[in-house]
Design a binder for this molecule. Structure first.
Ligand SMILES: [Fe+2]
Ligand SMILES: [Fe+2]
Length: 148
């Protein structure tokens, strides 16, 4: 029993580290998108960024619940990525971050043996891909003169 518990812990440590990093990423995005919404030039852009932020809040809650179930502890999230102050730089940063997060979450989903964890990260990856497309749309709007 003792030996089995140790083996389980060894196998799951990288996964727990990855989930903790994902929680930090969501926590950072929640703060960054709150800022981005305040500097958004139009009501349409602000509304869209707030909707994306709500998805990040949901991801944060889901991953935190998984982390607590695996470790028996609450996560202690920290902001790991600085958020650009300007709207344009913020959009560029968010687009790249969302794209990278898709890959990261699909890797976690592939390695997770637990179907609950696997599904949670697959669904979050699909959301992040959708966010990346929205940020690309906002970048396009920002860079063309047809900004409304
Ligand atoms: Fe997210
Ligand atoms: Fe996202």
């Amino acid at each position: 029993m003792y030996r089995y518990a140790i083996i389980q812990q060894e196998l799951d440590t990288p996964l727990i580290t990855n989930i903790a990093q994902a929680i930090n990423g969501e926590y950072s995005a929640i703060a960054c998108y709150a800022h981005l919404a305040t500097v958004a030039p139009t009501e349409e852009a602000r509304k869209q960024i707030k909707e994306i932020r709500q998805d990040e809040v949901r991801h944060f809650q889901t991953f935190s619940a998984i982390y607590t179930r695996l470790t028996g502890r609450q996560p202690t999230p920290t902001i790991t990525e600085p958020c650009p102050q300007s709207y344009k730089e913020g959009l560029d940063f968010a687009f790249k971050d969302e794209q990278e997060t898709v890959d990261h979450y699909l890797d976690i989903a592939d390695r997770a043996r637990n179907p609950v964890i696997r599904t949670a990260f697959q669904r979050a990856a699909a959301d992040e891909q959708n966010h990346a497309v929205w940020f690309l749309y906002l970048i396009t709007k920002k860079s063309c003169s047809c900004q409304t």
